[in-house]
Design a protein around this ligand. Structure first.
Ligand code: MN
Length: 233
């Protein structure tokens, strides 16, 4: 009898792929890294001292991506779903121990994202010194807008970042206020993980995070990038 060649016992799940602005291209997502407390004003509003606690990382699952134009189903198990507008860095290549000087060469492009957070569950996890997944890494928790190639957008270092809910402004900051800049984030991450093409990095949120409810329309903006609009349903 001939041995059978191995095959999947069910169809592999599809790889989430984010549209690239100005082309029919899609950016397939490999991993999602998020940086916590990268804006001092947000660290302070969450009860932390940014001078004593440097930024840090957590992950979301790639299938947490919510593609542009899709509605955000209100997640289960929470009474406090928060918006966090963030610059998203999309990597074209990676590696380990990437020097800051070579970091931007790894960037494919940039997008606007929302690090949606079940704040009540995150707060319970923090209090109990437990991991954050239950508050951060749930279905549709990572809305991402169209990715703009860095060849078009340049590497945004300053400029407004804001979130509006139903037309009224909730979050506002400037990318220049980021404690760790994009090259530092990539260099730092690559000391602990092997980065690769398809990785997305959510670069942290400015102050003003808050609750959204079903029916709310979130508009997330970073100057120079296409706005991301998400309706909570
Ligand atoms: Mn965040």
């Amino acid at each position: 009898m001939q041995p059978q060649s191995p095959s999947h016992v069910f169809a592999p799940p599809p790889v989430p792929a984010v549209p690239v602005m100005g082309s029919s291209g899609l950016f397939p997502v490999r991993r999602i890294y998020c940086i916590g407390r990268n804006f001092a004003a947000h660290a302070i509003e969450m009860g932390h001292d940014p001078d004593r606690e440097p930024p840090f990382f957590f992950q979301k699952n790639p299938d947490s991506v919510l593609l542009p134009g899709r509605d955000l189903p209100y997640p289960p198990g929470t009474a406090s779903l928060h918006h966090e507008v963030e610059l998203v860095v999309a990597l074209a290549s990676g590696g380990r121990d990437i020097p800051e000087a070579g970091a931007l060469e790894r960037v494919f492009g940039y997008a606007v994202g929302l690090d949606m957070t079940r704040r009540d569950l995150q707060a319970e996890a923090k209090k109990a010194a437990r991991p954050w997944e239950i508050g951060k890494s749930f279905e549709h928790s990572a809305p991402v807008g169209e990715i703009v190639p860095a060849a078009v957008s340049g590497h945004p270092m300053r400029g407004g970042i804001r979130a509006l809910v139903n037309g009224s402004q909730r979050q506002e900051g400037d990318l220049a206020q980021m404690i760790w800049k994009v090259p530092e984030i990539i260099a730092h991450l690559s000391r602990y993980f092997e980065l690769a093409a398809g990785d997305l990095i959510f670069a942290g949120t400015p102050a003003g995070v808050g609750d959204v409810r079903r029916g709310d329309r979130i508009r997330a903006e970073v100057d120079g990038l296409p706005a991301l609009e998400v309706t909570v349903v």
